[in-house]
Design a protein around this ligand. Structure first.
Ligand SMILES: Cc1cc2nc3c(=O)[nH]c(=O)nc-3n(C[C@H](O)[C@H](O)[C@H](O)COP(=O)(O)OP(=O)(O)OC[C@H]3O[C@@H](n4cnc5c(N)ncnc54)[C@H](O)[C@@H]3O)c2cc1C
Ligand SMILES: NC(=O)c1ccc[n+]([C@@H]2O[C@H](COP(=O)([O-])OP(=O)(O)OC[C@H]3O[C@@H](n4cnc5c(N)ncnc54)[C@H](O)[C@@H]3O)[C@@H](O)[C@H]2O)c1
Length: 479
């Protein structure tokens, strides 16, 4: 039944993932009445089927890997991981797939929640199909923000539905390790889930269609991760993908590989990228194509739709598929919506409040594998493609005193890219245990456009891994 009354708010947010929550937080804090529409769980993919559960599975694995190589500790942690305890920890970190806490937070922030599936029906209009079967009509005075996120993209393989493959959802929420797990893909989900499930008891075969893991990062990142995955028993195969796969009546997965080889497994995970959740949000009612990435400009406005009322924020816009970057976009979008509602001019200069400059200049990423990989800004390949003149400096992190203290036999590598004319850092990649916490120093250097001559005055404490900064400067820029 469609309700007769139209409910009017200043701002309608479709999707209460981390990004929708943050847009709503900003607009509500600016005094704008805000409703957020959610079809599943408040907290989105990140809280229940992505960041939180995956990192809860990985943390014990990485901690043990470090401890195993530590004199005085190795013997104490030699026993395999307690899989049941790790999975129970993962369940708690995923709030047992209940969103009560996040619902309470929305209420405390003065944000209204409407459960149901939201679709645009025209300019500033949204219809919400509620779980009770009603359709509630909403009207926005100022803005509609589409924050519907992304889903796993599956390859176009005949019979894939009957195969019932794992996607990132099953890989992060499974309640026991499959004895034999095939993982297809070479990106972040593939390497993180191979690391987790191999340690939790699965025998993992990882199929990469190219010749490297983490192909979008500096080559040494994928090389170190490959080496370690093989050391712990993962069967990493390059230049191979799935030609055909089927599930037998007794539940086994039978895979024919592109090179003619065959595999039998209990589960198969396709970690083959993401697709926008934009196919059923009514984009056709505002002149856009359903199913496409919902592109936004640097103010997160969908500029193709006239009137500056439609915003696309987070994964769904395809700009940078990370929770932290989506939340950054949400802060920018919230400020833009509030400024326009007040009738103010936008401030769209580089690094200003109404422009998501970091999306193109400094997107940080940490891959939680052994070793960790942390990167921000450009890689050498990207710099070359863009025709940028850069100096590249590499250093073996294992030579740094803090790394030796961190763990004897530490293996790792650091690379910075420095713009030759402006003498500022424009890219950094670190590989090694514990480097995730090092990354923000590089992000600050890039965003702050700190000249390398000034970086000499940023003194890293002894003996920390951060001393790699000093070694990089000595190697590349000793005056
Ligand atoms: C396995 C895995 C691990 C990851 N780990 C990390 C990590 O460690 N760090 C990191 O930064 N990023 C990580 N990511 C990426 C991160 O999960 C996403 O970038 C993030 O969730 C995007 O947030 P979002 O709010 O844009 O979308 P989502 O989290 O997907 O939320 C979108 C919300 O919108 C709702 N929705 C969709 N359509 C409608 C509709 N029509 N009506 C109502 N509601 C709707 C959905 O139910 C959902 O709740 C990981 C991703 C995966 C797959
Ligand atoms: N730690 C983190 O921050 C973290 C962790 C997981 C995911 N994420 C985010 O989620 C996004 C999605 O991750 P992802 O690993 O699914 O995607 P991805 O785009 O990083 O990697 C997809 C991989 O699948 C391969 N592939 C695609 N189609 C294929 C096919 N038909 N056959 C074989 N291989 C195929 C690609 O070559 C690529 O290696 C990432 O881009 C990242 O932004 C972040």
């Amino acid at each position: 039944m469609t309700t007769d009354t139209i409910r009017t708010y200043d701002v309608i947010v479709i999707g209460a993932g981390p990004v929708g929550e943050n847009v709503a937080d900003r607009t509500a804090a600016a005094g704008l009445s805000t409703v957020v529409v959610e079809g599943e769980l408040v907290g989105g993919e990140c809280s229940y089927w992505a960041c939180e559960p995956s990192k809860a599975l990985l943390r014990p694995v990485l901690l043990r890997a470090d401890a195993l190589r530590m004199p005085g500790l190795g013997e104490a942690v030699k026993a395999p991981l307690d899989t049941t305890a790790v999975l129970a920890h993962r369940d708690r970190m995923s709030a047992d797939w209940k969103d009560d806490d996040q619902v309470a937070w929305l209420a405390s922030a003065g944000i209204e929640l409407l459960r149901g599936h939201g679709r645009l029906t025209g300019e500033r209009e949204v219809a919400v199909a509620t779980p009770g079967g009603d359709v509630v009509q909403l009207k926005a005075r100022y803005a509609v923000a589409v924050c519907t996120g992304s889903r796993a993209a599956l390859p176009d393989l005949p019979g894939i539905e009957e195969l019932r493959p794992w996607t990132s959802r099953e890989a992060t929420s499974a309640h026991q390790p499959p004895p034999r797990l095939v993982i297809v893909g070479a990106g972040v989900v593939a390497v993180e889930m191979a690391t987790a499930w191999q340690a939790l008891g699965s025998r993992v075969t990882l199929l990469a269609r190219g010749d490297a893991l983490l192909p979008r990062m500096e080559p040494f990142a994928g090389e170190l991760v490959t080496e370690r995955l093989r050391e712990v028993g993962v069967d990493v195969r390059f230049g191979t993908t799935v030609a055909a796969a089927r599930r037998t009546e007794d539940g086994e997965v039978r895979v024919t590989l592109s090179d003619g080889g065959r595999l039998v497994a209990d589960e198969i995970l396709f970690a083959t990228g993401r697709a926008p959740r934009s196919e059923d949000v009514g984009l056709e009612t505002v002149g856009l194509s359903p199913g496409d990435w919902l592109s936004a400009d640097d103010s997160l406005t969908v500029a193709k739709v006239p009137g500056d009322w439609l915003y696309s924020v987070g994964d769904v816009n395809g700009r940078a598929l990370f929770t932290h970057q989506g939340k950054y976009q949400a802060r920018v979008a919230g400020a833009v919506i509030a400024a326009r509602a007040r009738g103010e001019q936008l401030d769209t200069g580089r690094w200003s409040a109404h422009r998501g400059t970091a999306d193109t200049e400094a997107v940080p990423a940490v891959v939680f594998t052994d070793p960790e990989i942390a990167s921000v800004g450009l890689t050498v390949r990207e710099a070359e493609r863009a025709g940028r003149a850069i100096d590249v400096v590499d250093y073996d992190i294992g030579q740094v005193a803090g790394a030796v203290q961190h763990r004897p036999g530490y293996r790792g590598r650091a690379r910075i890219l420095v713009d030759r004319d402006r003498r500022v850092v424009v890219g950094a990649t670190f590989a090694g245990p514990g480097v995730g916490e090092l990354l923000h120093s590089a992000t600050v250097a890039i965003v702050g456009e700190v000249p390398v001559d000034r970086l000499w005055h940023a003194v890293p404490a002894f003996p920390t891994i951060s001393e790699v900064w000093l070694r990089l400067l000595e190697t590349g820029f000793r005056s």
